[in-house]
Design a protein around this ligand. Sequence first.
Ligand code: TYD
Length: 216
Amino acid sequence: MPHQPKFPGKLIAFEGGEGGGKSTQIQRLAARLKTLGREVLASREPGGTPIGEQIRSILVHNAAGDEMCPEAEFLLFAASRAQHVREKIAPALARGVTVLCDRYMDSSAVYQGFARNLPADTVNSINRFAVANALPDFTLIMDVPVAVGLARVASRATPLPDRMERQTAAFFQKVRDGYLRLARERPRNTLVLDATLPADTLERQIWDALAPLLAP
Ligand code: TYD
C-alpha cells in the first residue's frame, strides 16, 4: 500500500441503523464546533454532491430501485461516495475543515456486506478505492434496538417508508449486529453510543469522546 498522507482536517463518521438520531447529533456537534470558531462541513451519504443526490434518489426513493440487485446497489453507494470524497470531503479536509458525515463506508460494510451478504473483502476493497486516503479519524455508532429505531422512523412526518426502510426487521437486526461487530474489531477509533439515551446526554458523550481528537 503506498504511503497515505494525513489531512490537516478531521473526518468524523456517524453510523448506525434507522432511527438512531444521527442527524440531531451532527447538528449539535456542528453548532458547538462553530461556536468555537471551527470551520465545519456537515454532509451525508448517499448524496452530498449533485451527482450523489441523483444516485440517492435511485437508491432511496425511485420505484425502479425495487428491482436492484445487491451488487448494483453497492456500486451505486460506492459511486456516490467516490464523488463525495473528491468533490467535497478531501478538499475540505485539505483545508483543515472538520467534516461530519452522516453515514460513510461502514454503512456499505454493514448494509451491503453483513446484511445483504456481499463478500466482505470485495466490499472493503471497493470502499477503499472509493475513499482513497479520506479514511474516518473516528466513527460514532448510534446504537438502538431495531424495534425502537423502526418505531421512531414510523413516527416521522414522511408519508411512506423509503426503499431501505421497507426491509424486514431481520435485515435491520443484521445491520445492528454488523455495526456492533465492526466496533469490537476496531475499538481504538470507534465508539458505540446507546441512542435510547436523551439527546443532551448523547451530545455530552460525543463531545467527551471527540475532544482529544478535535482539541485545537
Ligand atoms: P437515509 O434516508 O439517509 O437514512 P438514515 O436517515 O437512516 O441515514 O437513507 C439512506 C439509506 O441507505 C439507509 O437505509 C442506509 C442505506 N445505506 C446503505 O445501505 N449503504 C450505504 O453505503 C449508505 C451510505 C446507506
